[in-house]
Design a protein around this ligand. Sequence first.
Ligand code: ATP
Length: 209
Amino acid sequence: MSSAAASVLRIGMFGGSFDPPHRAHVALAAAAVRQLQLDALYIVPTGVAWHKARALSAAADRLAMTRLAFAGMQRVVVDERELQRDGPSFTIDTLEALQAENPGAQLYLIIGKDQLAALQTWHRWQDIVRVAIICIANRGDSARAEAGFDCQIELLNPLVPLQLPLMPVSATDIRRQIASGSLTSQSLARLVPEAVARYIESHRLYLLA
Ligand code: ATP
C-alpha cells in the first residue's frame, strides 16, 4: 500500500433503531472495526424510522441503551445527530455530513443482510452506494437471512461481506419475549449486554407488546 493510500481515513457508519441494542449489534460493530481496519465507527441511532411500521421507543432510552451497549469499545463513537435532526432519518444525510467532516475519508456503511434487500428503497440510494462501500453481515434469524440485492447500476465498489458468526437474535424477538414474560433476567442478559439488560429492567421497558 502506498503511503498516500495508507493515510486515507476509514470511517464506518452503523445505523439502527437499537430498540434495544443486542449482542449481534455489538459483535457486528467489533467485526467491522477489526476487518475493515476502521479509524472510527459511528453508531447512529435512528431518529424517525421512516421505513419501520412500528413507533420506536423514546429516543432518550434508545440512546442511553446504545451508549451502554457500545461503551468502552475502541474506535466506536455513539453519534446522536439523527436523534436531533427534524424529519425522517435518511442515511445519505448522515453519510454526507460524515464525508464533509472528514474530507477525503473512505466511508463504509455497515448493514445486516435484511437491510441490503431494502437498500434500493432508501432515499437517494444511488448516492449511498456512490459515497460509501456497503459492508454486509449475514443474519442468523431465518426469516431475514435470505435477502438479496438486485442492483441495476454498476457499483463503484463491490459489496464487502463481513466475517462473523451467524447470530439468531433480533430486537423484535427480544421485545416480544419480554412482553410475553418468557425471559428471565439471565436469559435477557444473554441476548443483550448486561448493562442494557439492567437498563431494560430498571426502566420497565417492553412490558407491553
Ligand atoms: P428490529 O427487530 O426491531 O427490526 P433489529 O434486531 O433488526 O431490530 P436494528 O436496530 O433494526 O435491529 O438493526 C440495525 C442493523 O443491525 C441493521 O442493519 C440490521 O440488519 C443489523 N442486524 C440486526 N440484528 C442482526 C443480526 N442478528 N445479525 C446481523 N445483523 C443484524
